[in-house]
Design a protein around this ligand. Structure first.
Ligand SMILES: *Cc1c(COP(=O)(O)O)cnc(C)c1O
Length: 223
């Protein structure tokens, strides 16, 4: 199947209120162009260097979503390119985003708080309690160039649907709790980024607003 046909098959599964981020990491610019020409505008990349190489070769109205682990020394390069950073996973990273945004005169960088509800050491993100503790300090209010736009999470890579359901349910509950407790003064905190090729239909059942789908659109990646 062609990229555009696979794209259309994914679109057909998405309710109108769910946005698709086509994850194009490790796929060439011509593959992204094919998806773009079919009507896809939101793309996800996980490495700053790769995004920096691809972005200038694609139209300006592409929205780039950064979904990979972000090193602090790459923030400066990323900011001018990115629409939303999904991987806000530590205070030190958020402080660097704040610092660079101010330097670059970017008034609002959209950032999601990445949470880890798996027990896998390989996954990045805040532990829910660690995130609550940090938000309770109020320090996030000093990061005035950051627009906290919601929550991102991944479920465990497992065939056990029960585990996936439980994890997405936990993320959804945490998202609503944060919305109510810390971000009720704004309508900006509204993105729930969860669901990948293998589990996006489950994520949508749990209220995902943004699914991040790669291999179901672009095929297998070479690692
Ligand atoms: C690679 C990646 C995806 C897409 O995964 P697929 O299984 O190819 O759909 C989604 N989210 C993150 C954070 C990723 O790194």
């Amino acid at each position: 199947m062609s990229i555009s046909n696979r794209l259309k098959a994914v679109w057909a599964h998405l309710p109108a209120n769910v946005e698709l981020i086509a994850v194009s990491k490790f796929h060439p610019v011509n593959a992204i162009k094919e998806a773009y020409d079919a009507g896809q505008k939101l793309f996800g990349e996980s490495r700053v260097q790769e995004l920096a190489q691809k972005a200038p070769l694609l139209p300006n109205d592409v929205q780039w979503h950064f979904i990979g682990t972000l090193q602090r020394n790459k923030v400066k390069q990323l900011l001018p390119l990115v629409h939303t950073i999904h991987s806000g996973d530590s205070e030190r990273l958020l402080e660097e985003i704040q610092y660079q945004a101010q330097k670059q005169n970017i008034s609002q960088v959209r950032v999601l708080l990445q949470v880890d509800v798996t027990t896998e050491a390989t996954k990045h993100g805040w532990q829910p309690n660690e995130l609550r503790e940090w938000l309770n300090t109020g320090n996030y209010q000093k990061l005035t160039n950051i627009q906290f736009a919601g929550v991102m999470a991944m479920a465990s890579n497992t065939a056990n649907i029960g585990i996936i359901n439980a994890q997405f349910a936990e993320v959804k509950e945490l998202f609503q709790e944060l919305q109510t407790k810390y971000f009720s003064h704004t309508t900006n905190f509204r993105m729930l980024s969860m669901g990948m090729s293998q589990d996006y239909e489950i994520a949508i059942q749990h209220g995902s607003t943004h699914v991040r789908i790669g291999s179901a659109i672009f095929g297998d990646r070479e690692y």
